[in-house]
Design a protein around this ligand. Structure first.
Ligand SMILES: *Cc1c(COP(=O)(O)O)cnc(C)c1O
Length: 338
């Protein structure tokens, strides 16, 4: 099957499985797993932070990040469509009594800083205390401009806020901008990175920050059930991914650009044209969408077809796969479009 629903569907390669099978392990709750420790050191080094903490999911890593930044009755400012506001089941509010202050995002995923400034609460008993600005990079496949990030970081210094980046796909941003990761991460206090999306591991995210911050985060990780044991088997996949699967993300980006051109050429409407990374959105009528999904699935292609359909390229999708998708799509339109 050619699965374009998400880059979370990627499977570990044979070489990655070999690395996992041979990982040296220990009890990570005691800090004894050498492979987990090595992954955390590698993530810290790549992001220019003092320390890192390995967790099963991006959702848990973002939750632990928010719990570590904000206390009960405090708030974080976040994009209206950000993953750690919209798609994490309200965890920070439910489990941390942390209030989100969502704001509209621009098309590139940024939150205008004048709107952030206006949303910061004064020190007054009526208000939650504003602690944190949380950004997402990439958002819907769009890369946050570096000069925006620099301004946002300086802004948070002036306002006494911390800055967190949900960098589930930050490696895609680094590859798209052709800059080392550290040039992006210098503009945040903390960030999360998903290893289980385009990087191709079965499981895992890392939270990076100062040593003092990560020490506190480790308690929240334990409290939320994330104190795991011989996790080195999973960390080995993460190390393999960071060492072998980052540069190749360029292929996924090139494939998204190619797919965009080809689909446009056969009359498919592209939403937010100009794929920057591995995500592409197309628009179609609800009637057509209802037929497209099953039609494609019968022919070996899986899509989350809707009026707005997200297509994601990744390590398990080749150019030849996409050629097949385009020609199927063309057939589909010939049979179904009026
Ligand atoms: C996927 C994703 C997450 C969460 O990752 P899970 O590992 O699925 O919990 C967080 N933020 C963004 C932007 C994501 O795309």
């Amino acid at each position: 099957m050619i699965d374009l629903r998400s880059d979370t569907v990627t499977r570990p390669s044979e070489a990655m499985r070999q690395a996992m099978a041979h990982a040296e392990v220990g009890d990570d709750v005691y800090g004894d797993d050498p492979t987990v420790n090595a992954l955390q050191e590698l993530a810290a080094k790549l992001t220019g932070k003092e320390a890192a903490l390995f967790m099963p999911t991006g959702t848990q890593a973002n939750l632990v990040a928010l719990l570590t930044h904000c206390q009960r009755g405090e708030e974080y400012i976040v994009g209206q469509k950000a993953h750690n506001y919209m798609y994490e089941a309200g965890g920070a509010a439910v489990l941390g009594s942390i209030q989100p202050q969502p704001l509209d995002m621009d098309a590139d995923g940024s939150i205008p800083l004048d709107k952030v400034a206006a949303a910061i609460k004064p020190d007054d008993i009526h208000f939650a205390r504003t602690r944190l600005l949380s950004l997402e990079n990439t958002h819907s496949g769009k890369v946050l401009p570096l000069d925006y990030l620099q301004k946002a970081f300086e802004f948070t210094r002036e306002k006494g806020l911390a800055l967190h980046i949900d960098g589930a796909r930050i490696m895609n941003a680094s590859v798209a901008l052709k800059v080392p990761l550290i040039e992006i991460t210098q503009y945040c206090d903390t960030l999360t990175i998903c290893l289980s999306k385009g990087l191709g591991t079965p499981v895992g995210s890392v939270l990076c920050g100062s040593r003092e911050y990560i020490t506190r985060a480790n308690r929240w990780r334990k409290m939320t059930g994330g104190g795991w044991r011989q996790a080195g088997i999973l960390a080995a996949a993460g190390i393999y991914a960071l060492e072998n699967n980052v540069e190749r993300l360029q292929e996924d980006h090139d494939n998204a650009v190619w797919l965009e051109q080809q689909l446009r050429a056969i009359g498919v409407e592209i939403a937010a044209p100009g794929a920057q990374t591995n995500i592409l959105y197309i628009k179609q009528s609800a009637e057509l969408a209802a037929k497209l999904g099953p039609w494609m699935r019968e022919r070996g292609v899986i899509l989350s077809a809707g009026p707005l359909t997200r297509l994601i390229t990744h390590i398990d999708i080749s150019r030849a796969d996409l050629q097949k998708v385009v020609s199927l799509w063309q057939d589909f339109l010939q049979h179904h479009a009026k």
